[in-house]
Design a protein around this ligand. Structure first.
Ligand code: ADP
Ligand code: MG
Length: 481
């Protein structure tokens, strides 16, 4: 047993999601990403004296949606608070957040891993504004501040320390990511920082009741980095403890190039922020009519959709997972099912193995030239024996290129599978005539030659012969005489 096995890993995640509103959380300035610096700002975002915040209703509805999806209680009244700290990218000198009374509390998310399922409690979801962005120019004594992001609405989803490994943390994040994207509340773009995570990590001896001292790993924006950063941090902490040292509570950053975490600052305590209720905003009151309106508009969530796909279409768990990872892909699949419902499994294979391969870069599932009814027809042609799998791939490629219907391509290129026994027998006879040595070798016991014969027939028929019939006829002829 390695020394690392003596310890249990404990992780709690704080996930920030930028909400997909057109305007900011407390002002009407636009939230467009990638615009020229400091063009998406107004007096409120700049913190000019006398400018007052007005809460964005859409942002509230998005927060409620996230709360409902995670089984949270939605508070009838919640309250904004000032979190005071001075940073150049926060011109007001405080961030408007929620503190004592967040909009959502006490939810949970169950994640399924290969060998276990883990219910992770969601402590709270609160609303807050994003800060601007500082850039420190290398080699120059200046820093630049872009306030376009200042005031972009965020929800922060805070888990209890219920996760027990980096794999669990990643599974939780992936499920959460899928949920907020399904809900339409966040675009989920991790590279642009729309979905980012702070990981709180500690270790303790197995069986120990109290939690160990944690380090908070800040702002990690890829699933791989999360896993690597946690794994590094766990080892670092265990090594320190084993060397008789103490873990200090601190905020650390992850350097993906070096694969290490390093100390950024000692962890601030809540009192450092001098929280107090935001006097410029009234209590946020959500009545039951509003709550029910939002609830009624909730889409089907990934876990439910996966279960339904397994049940209704008899798919394996893995296929259901791939199809349901994105709502547009799941919708594509179901639209294709409407076109041909007899073989969902083969249809699922085609979506997963062929269609999704075409989806990359600018090409999305909604723009690939092969539309659901067209893929449905292709699968029908396979299912009814008109096309072999191999021919179908050729047809599919032509469909992607030309956007034509499968039938038109089959017709034009003469790709119909040959199932006529007479025609296939004729080819077989020719091959036997040209290769008497192989025929007798087979009959003397070298039965593995069957593959070679099948290959010859397929070649002769330019891939069009029905492989099953070729096999049956070959065996009958070779073994029968
Ligand atoms: P803070 O207000 O300092 O950020 P919170 O109590 O809100 O602290 O917790 C922040 C996050 O840290 C939560 O996700 C929580 O689950 C996690 N956390 C708290 N204590 C530990 C610990 N000892 N080990 C790992 N994670 C922890
Ligand atoms: Mg916190």
């Amino acid at each position: 047993m390695s020394v690392y096995d003596k310890y249990e890993v404990v992780i709690g995640l704080e996930v920030h999601c930028q909400l997909l509103t057109d305007s900011k959380i407390f002002s009407s300035a636009p939230t467009t990403f990638g615009a020229a610096p400091n063009t998406q700002v107004c007096e409120v975002d700049l913190g000019l004296p006398g400018a007052l915040p007005v809460l964005n209703k859409q942002a509230v509805e998005f927060a409620i949606r996230a709360g409902l999806a995670l089984g949270c209680e939605i508070r009838p009244t919640s309250q904004f608070a000032r979190k005071n700290y001075f940073y150049p990218d926060l011109p007001k000198g405080y961030q408007i957040s929620q503190h004592v009374h967040p909009i959502c509390e006490h939810g949970s998310l169950t994640v399924e891993l290969e060998s276990l399922s883990r219910r992770v409690r969601v402590m709270r979801i609160h609303m807050e504004e994003d800060a601007g962005k500082s850039s420190h120019l290398e080699g120059k004594p200046v820093s630049l501040v872009d306030l376009n992001r200042a005031g972009v609405p965020l929800i922060e989803i805070v888990s209890e320390p219920d996760l027990r490994s980096s794999d669990e943390a990643v599974a939780y994040l992936k499920e959460l990511h899928s949920i907020v994207v399904y809900l339409g509340v966040c675009d989920g773009n991790m590279e642009e920082g729309s979905f980012r995570c702070d990981a709180n990590v500690s270790v303790r001896l197995h069986g120990q009741a109290e939690l160990g001292t944690r380090a908070e790993l800040k702002n990690i924006n890829s699933f791989k980095f999360i896993k690597d950063a946690i794994n590094y941090e766990v080892r670092r902490q265990i090594d320190l403890i084993e060397a008789g040292q103490k873990i200090v509570q601190e905020t650390r950053l992850y350097n993906p190039n070096k694969g290490v975490t390093f100390s950024m600052r000692s962890k601030e305590e809540s009192h450092d922020y001098r929280y107090f209720p935001e006097p410029d905003l009234p209590l946020l009151v959500i009545d039951s009519a509003w709550l029910e309106r939002v609830r009624a508009a909730m889409p089907e969530l990934p876990a439910k959709k996966r279960a339904r796909f397994v049940e209704a279409y008899d798919l394996g768990a893995h296929d259901a997972e791939v199809l349901c990872a994105s709502a547009p892909v799941a919708d594509y699949f179901e639209a294709a099912i409407e076109g041909y419902a007899k073989n969902p499994k083969v249809l699922a294979n085609w979506v997963i193995n062929e269609l999704l391969r075409e989806v990359s870069g600018d090409q999305t599932i909604d723009t690939v030239p092969v539309r659901p009814p067209q893929l449905a027809r292709l699968v029908e042609l396979i299912d009814t024996g008109v096309l072999s799998g191999k021919l179908a791939k050729q047809v599919f490629e032509a469909m992607v290129e030309s956007g034509q219907e499968a039938d038109a391509i089959v017709e034009e290129k003469g790709l119909v599978q040959v199932s006529d026994e007479g025609a296939i027998t004729q080819i077989i006879d020719e091959i036997f005539e040209q290769n008497p040595g192989q025929v007798s070798a087979f009959r003397e016991g070298k039965t593995t030659l069957i593959g070679w014969f099948v290959g010859q027939v397929m070649k002769q028929s330019r891939g069009k012969a029905n492989p099953q019939i070729v096999n049956d006829l070959l065996r009958a002829k070779l073994e029968g005489q």
